[in-house]
Design a protein around this ligand. Sequence first.
Ligand code: KG4
Ligand code: ZN
Length: 333
Amino acid sequence: MKILSIETSCDETSVAIVEDGRKILTNRIYSQIPIHQKYGGVVPEIASRNHVTKLPYIIDEALAETGLTLKDIDAIGVANGPGLVGALLIGLSAAKAMAYSLDIPLIGVHHIEGHIAANFLQFPELAPPFLTLVVSGGHSHLVLVKDYETFEVLGKTRDDAAGEAFDKVSRVLGLGYPGGPAIDKAAKNGNASAIPFPRAFLDKDRFDFSFSGLKSAVLNYLNGKKMKNEPIVVNDVAASFQTAVVDVLVAKTIACAKSINMKTICIAGGVSANSLLREKMTAAANDEGFTLYYPEPILCTDNAAMIGSMAYYNYVNRGESGLNLNAMPGLKI
Ligand code: KG4
Ligand code: ZN
């Protein structure tokens, strides 16, 4: 089954064609990052307008790259939430028009479930059950994937998402948007133990996260330095902040896996591209004898292939969505 999938929930306009949920035939990603960079973050209306102008061309490119025509497509998958409502509506409207005119099923996909499914694209042997740490710009969730359609949230952030913390700290450090890759890069030349930023482990036997205290600690540190007219070593702040985030993510994920006796772990979402998170999670998983999966970086950040994978499993388990599918900016997992 060949699914043409569309992802427009934020600032990536992406179209993929995925076969049977596992094989990427094409995964075209047009990133709007350079457009939003000068504003220091995503401007929703500008994102929507760019989706409108770019999406038709990216659909054509995806078909041209595979040599397929619309007649070869069996269904249309689309991320219908969570995300920016205007941005989601562009992808959803295009998906509905295609499904209706081609008389093929329309399949709505939860964007975060899509992030988890990115691992299915890369690892043919991976099958539920497993525990996933999903860390993106809007989410920091520990999700037990019981089967292809049953997801249980075992922990989540009580305030900022991990990616949001990276983006905010990057902005105050003057490293720009998006913050995650910028901090990842700066941290490589910094001393991770230079500044003892706090780690919020919260209740020991709960698996929730909190990153707002850490964010405030970075701000207070920078303000204190400025007041005393002392130099700020940006790379050290980046490295110390990044380590504080990663320490908590790794410790909570491992503790959660142990508590439910789960030996298979995945990480997913934009922050799972972080080099230190990948390194420390690999070491911790090895120590515990757990099997760890994470996708290549291009499949960690937003892309339509992950939506195409999840669309397949949604279709097999629940059937099509119907043309009254709506954009759900606050869709819960
Ligand atoms: O999954 P994603 O592309 O979009 C959302 O669904 O939010 O995640 C974007 C987030 C941004 O906050 C970005 O700064 C972060 O992922 N990110 C990273 C890295 N690459 C992207 N965070 C840390 N290290 C990275 N290498
Ligand atoms: Zn995402």
